[in-house]
Design a protein around this ligand. Structure first.
Ligand SMILES: [Zn+2]
Length: 330
């Protein structure tokens, strides 16, 4: 008779620590959930909207509890709208804060609306490449950050930056170029053909563009996003030299990307086709306008690999991922 209570006592002694460990694990799991990190078992939908802002980039990414934006280009002059469009759109979508604003480089069609976004929303962190550009839009962006007490995270040559929200992993890759400084006069920035002229030397693998400075497009931050089985690649305005760097980055090339943004608004350079054939996405988006459509060689290369192609010239492109499948609509 004495054995039984003893056994029960031993069982209790074993069960209590097991229960405590279990409860602690639950608490840890919950706290991960609160901070939006490792959590794979609940609604971990990823929604991506590639906005129709003409030949410019503005990309909104939303996980279960977090919001990220890649670039905030002003809508093209030709469409008669401006950065106010971005504010209106984000507000309509119920966005009040951005966990990260990634500015891939400082051309007006990528940074033009950044100051207004920072002024109107609670932007918690900003990621930028390591160069300076003395232009009106760049300086306004810097002033807006200063006003809000934001210090940008500057990704130096070859740096990477990771963050993880609600089952979605983000990695931002910096260019391999070293710091450079540019002076751009306002009248040049207002000249719609200025960037096209500046890009005449885009194919040069040694980076050097007009005025013996590196082509600013080759500073483009590249963002790779993984949502379980689904991988997404955002390439900004990468030209030949930057594409060469991307293709030499195993952590990118080893992934099977279901989606990619075709670089530089679908303008052809001598590595464009090699890049498309290396990545072989099922879905591709080109940020462009009807006035400045993508080059036909790009469209043909995407057709050859059987990719579904969406142009923002035709409206916003919306992607939804559940981690296994993606739906793309326009
Ligand atoms: Zn651009």
């Amino acid at each position: 008779m004495k054995e039984k209570p003893r056994k029960s006592h031993i069982l209790t002694l074993i069960l209590i620590p097991v229960l405590v460990v279990f409860l602690v694990m639950q608490v840890v799991a919950c706290s991960f959930d609160v901070f939006g990190t490792k959590d794979k078992n609940k609604d971990d939908k990823l929604e991506i909207t590639i906005l129709d802002v003409g030949k410019a980039d503005a990309i909104l990414l939303r996980t279960a509890n977090h919001t990220v934006m890649i670039d905030s280009g002003e809508r093209d002059h030709e469409q008669g709208a401006s950065a106010g469009f971005l504010v209106d759109y984000l507000t309509e979508q119920g966005v009040v804060a951005l966990d990260y604003l990634i500015i891939t480089h400082f051309d007006r069609d990528h940074v033009g609306g950044a100051a207004v976004i920072i002024e109107n929303f609670d932007v918690k962190a900003v990621i930028v490449p390591d160069y300076r550009r003395e232009s009106r839009h760049y300086l306004r962006f810097q002033a807006a950050m200063q006003e809000k007490g934001i210090t940008a995270q500057v990704l130096a040559s070859k740096a990477t930056y990771d963050f993880y929200f609600d089952g979605v992993e983000f990695t931002v890759y910096a260019s391999h170029q070293e710091f450079a400084e540019y002076i751009v006069h306002d009248e040049e920035e207002d000249d719609e053909d200025y960037l096209d002229r500046q890009h005449q030397d885009d194919d040069n693998d040694d980076y050097i563009a007009a005025r013996d400075l590196p082509n600013v497009n080759n500073f483009s931050l590249v963002t790779s996003i993984s949502h379980r089985e689904n991988h997404f690649l955002f390439t900004a305005d990468a030209k030949a030299a930057r594409i060469r760097e991307i293709l030499a980055t195993p952590s990118i090339t080893e992934k099977d990307y279901v989606f990619m943004q075709i670089p530089h608004h679908g303008n052809l350079n001598r590595r464009s086709l090699e890049f498309i054939n290396a990545i072989q996405p099922s879905f591709a988006v080109i940020t462009c306008s009807h006035k400045r459509p993508p080059d036909v060689e790009i469209i043909d290369a995407l057709a050859d690999i059987g990719a579904n192609v969406f142009l923002t010239a035709d409206g916003n492109v919306y992607l939804e991922s559940d981690g296994l499948r993606i739906d793309v609509s326009q």
